[in-house]
Write a protein that binds this ligand. Sequence first.
Ligand SMILES: Cc1cn([C@H]2C[C@H](O)[C@@H](COP(=O)(O)OP(=O)(O)O[C@H]3O[C@H](CO)[C@@H](O)[C@H](O)[C@H]3O)O2)c(=O)[nH]c1=O
Length: 345
Amino acid sequence: TSSYICVLSGSHLISALAVRFPHWRILTVDNLQYCSSLKNLRSVEASSKYTFIPGDVCDPFLIKRLFATEKIDIVFHCAAETHVENSFLCPSRFMRVNADGTGVLIRAAFEARVRRFIYISTDEVYGDSLEQPFDELSPKRPTNPYSASKAAAENIVMSYWMKHKFPVLITRSSNVYGPHQHHEKVIPRFLSLIQRDQKCTIQGSGLQSRHFLYVSDVTDAFLTLMEKGILGEIYNIGSSFEIPIIQLARELVKMKVKDVSEEALVDWMEFVEDRPVTELRYPMISDKLHKLGWRPKVTWKEGIRRTIQWYEENPNYWPSISENGEESPASCDQTPSHAMPYHVR
Ligand SMILES: Cc1cn([C@H]2C[C@H](O)[C@@H](COP(=O)(O)OP(=O)(O)O[C@H]3O[C@H](CO)[C@@H](O)[C@H](O)[C@H]3O)O2)c(=O)[nH]c1=O
């Protein structure tokens, strides 16, 4: 039988669902912010099973109407403000989109008796750890406004499970990379900079490390959880591939620049101001998900090869990083239209 599935953002997931379940109807809601693009959905746009709805997860009228008019069985909630640096500039916007938006969505989904509500969260809710890896029972200790807003959203989702046994699942994944990703994230950013003969902008010492997962492995994990995940549970989606950021820059330069010598590598790095909080590493144990049969399939070597090739073939996919190598911070000073004039005495 065909199901009705609603995905809030998450273009790779939508493409994977369309391939795996060709009879399902897929609805997507996305407000097409600077870091998303309709081009990411080219593989599904012609399908009669697929509908794109431009809109905002924070819009209760739109979201309520959506659930009232469509018979939705499954929700994947990937809509979020995601960039840690921006979250220090616009903390309230992160709370509004990530926490309030989740509240709007889960209430509508609950009232419509959705069969599964899968919330896509992050390893950053644990805060960082130098030694001890996190499992799903580790406490949440977010250290930036982004992860704080994701932790708040998780709590809202869990409260619907605890109070109503509304069928929720939560995922927490490591850093994702692969084609299409906006160049605010470190791998596409370094690749785009190197491609333009510019230096990799290393924040702080570059000794902080990240675990990277190729995007198709993450969508596989989402599908595994949709089919086999235990309701009310949280699942880590981790990777054993960990690399310090400075080493990442070195590797990417070596892959992109022909015959570059070891000594010349340093000329490709520019050390820039660190973030307000340096999160050193996010080690995770993913045994719970492994028990459901999921394992990452794409090696770093293969994943980065595909990624590099994609960025070389699509150099102008995103508007380019500005000349000085910095992107303008997302603006967060929009005044609500109903705001009262404020006079300083
Ligand atoms: C863009 C950029 C980043 N970095 C560093 C900062 C971080 O230590 C590391 C990774 O940065 P980002 O690619 O922005 O990713 P990070 O802050 O880890 O967060 C990502 O990964 C998280 C999962 O851990 C997601 O929940 C977030 O939404 C996602 O943005 O690279 C640089 O040194 N230079 C850069 O230009």
